[in-house]
Every structure is written in C-alpha cells, then in structure tokens.
Design a protein around this ligand. Sequence first.
Ligand code: PMP
Ligand code: GLN
Length: 384
Amino acid sequence: LNRRLAEFGTTIFAEMSALAATTGSINLGQGFPDTDGPEEIREAAVRALRDGRGNQYPPGPGVPELRTAIAAHQQRRYGLTYDPDTEVLVTAGATEAIAASLLALVEPGDEVVALEPYYDSYAACVAMAGGRRVPVTLRPHDGAFRLDLDELRAAVTDRTRLLLINTPHNPTGTVLTREELSAIAELAVERDLLVVTDEVYEHLVFDDAVHVPLATLPGMRERTVTISSAGKTYSYTGWKVGWVTAPPALVTAVRAAKQFLTYVSAGPFQYAVAEALNLPEDYFTALREDLRAKRDLLAAGLEKAGFAVFRPAGTYFITADIRPLGESDGFAFCRSLPERAGVVAIPNAVFYDHREEGAPFVRFAFCKRHQTLREAAERLAGLR
Ligand code: PMP
Ligand code: GLN
C-alpha cells in the first residue's frame, strides 16, 4: 500500500459490521436502513431490467431521464436551475462523486478545509488527490455540535484550494444554519475558493430544521459542486446512484476524473431513481416523520441508559457522549460494546485528526425498525 493510503487501514464501517455479524449484535454502526425503500421504486428497477433499459453501458454523464429528474428536483425544491446536459453528472453513489470531485479539483499540495468530524472517505480522497486536509472542529454548544466561524476563517491560507462542507452532517446530525452557511459563503467568495458540499442527507431533517443548499447563497452557484445520492433519501443504499450538480466547467472537470474511475454504473437503477425523484412531496414528509419517531425512540433509550445525547436535527445518526457512563475512550467502548451489550456503534474518533476531541463520542444509527431500536435500548440499559 502506498504512503498516501497507508494511514487509512480498513474503513470503520467494514470493521464494525463484521463485528456485529460475528457477535450476533444489533448493528447500529454502519448507516443503512433495515427496511427497503418504496416498493414502486423497486418495481421501477425491475421494469428497467426486464425492458432492457440500462443493461448495457449507460451514457457517461448518466441517463437523460435521471439527469432531467435531478435538475427538476433542484429547481422545484431549491429554485436552483441546472442544465441537465451540462450541469448534472450521475456517479456511483455520493462516494464516487466525492472522490472524482477531489481528484479533479485538488492539485498536489493544495489544502482542503473540511469540517471535523468528517465522513471517512473525505480524508482518504484528499490524500489520494495528493492534497492536505485541514480540519476545523465542530464542538458541543447548547446540545449540538457547532462550527466556530473564526476557526474556519483562520484555517484558510493561500494554499487553500477548496472547502469541503457536509450538511446535514454525518456523524453529529448538525444541520448548518443559514447564518453559518452565509459565513461560509462569504469566506468562499472573499478568498475565491471552490466549495464541494455533500448534501446526501438533504431530505432527512427534523422538527424546525431546514436544509439550505450552499449553492443557493449569493456568489455560490458558480463555485459550488453539490453532491447528493439516492441511497439515504430512498433507502436503497446498495444501488449506489449519486450525482453532482455544478456549473459546466466544474462538471466537466469532475467528469474527467469520473470517466476513469467507473466510467458508468447502475444502469437500470438510474431509471428507477429518476422515478423516485419525481415522487410526490408526501413521500419525503412520511420519511422524515418515520425517522423523527425513530430518533426520539433511540434518544430516549440512550438517555435512560445513561448517555448524554445530542439530539440530531438531521441525518439518521445520534452522537452520544459516554462520559456520564464513566467511560472516556470511544474506541475501547465500541470494541467492548458487542460483548457487554450486544450492540454495535461507531467511535466518532475515527472521523477526527484531533482524536482527543472525538474520543468520548460514539455514533448510533437509528434507521432501523422500532422493535430493533427498542431491543437495542433494552440491551444498553444494562450497561450501568
Ligand atoms: N457522504 C456522507 C456524509 C455519507 O454519510 C455517505 C453514506 N454513508 C456518503 C457520502 C456515501 O453515499 P453513497 O452511499 O451514495 O456513496
Ligand atoms: N454512510 C454510511 C455511514 O456513515 C455508510 C458508509 C459506508 O459503509 N461506507 O455509516
């Protein structure tokens, strides 16, 4: 393994899902729903397979039906206008969109400023691109992890190439506010930075939280690569259909990298996701309501078990503090949790360069059946 990748080892999601399997634990580690998404969307995929749509290489940028549906979604929800032919690119999940964006836009030695904790592939992809990551730590403040705008400002240097943003944020569940995003936007404009923003949890926001796409803010559309994916929104994480929306020059750049990663993927599923994007608003409302109830169920269980819970405004993850349980090392805690309680969680420290900042936090996924969450809560109640 080369020096760029040597520090990364095996992704925590693989390690923890394997641990769940070998110990027979409830897996609240890796984030994937234990119930599939809408049946009509699955049927749409079956129809595409049967009718021979997408069984051979689809077009490099993605099938036109999907690109049109993505552009229509951005227009309808956010008032963002993208040309499906020149400003939309379909990728193999958001994961490839992240990789291709960084490989296309980062020069060796460039600095990439990212929120910490960061989704693990960000660090690996910055490294593969030869860049240097500069993490800005989100810290607990009034029950949520928040961004210190002065620290963000101070992290930008003459070598900064781009800001890598994620909202709603994995693993903390923070939804960046319009004020925070405006400050990020002002900084990007002032320092003439590109922004790559990972918005895969755009539809998973609760209570009065609102997802504001960075590209909607003044001066941002022309410098922003927005990434999303069907995995979270439609509960088909195995299909790996993601996308990028950006101005033509940026899409062209990302596509230049993407064409040599997978070239294309998921032919029949692209047609199904096109139909999914056109589902009526009720679908998203029901999804949010279902997840909000699950969040509340697991949060109550974790609180009862003695954790300090950060109730997330978005995503399907809860970050919890283990210190009230008399613990301080999230890694050790998560490695022993299957044996102690038959539950698997993710130690947030893996998402930090400043590991000590993340040490006492662990992440639980709540995109699981009510019965599964109740059972997990009962098991965790025996911890103290
Ligand atoms: N970004 C974030 C923040 C995620 O949580 C995930 C999913 N785990 C991804 C990207 C990857 O999405 P996909 O499954 O579409 O590749
Ligand atoms: N995005 C999901 C998570 O954060 C799963 C990621 C993965 O398996 N690579 O848990």
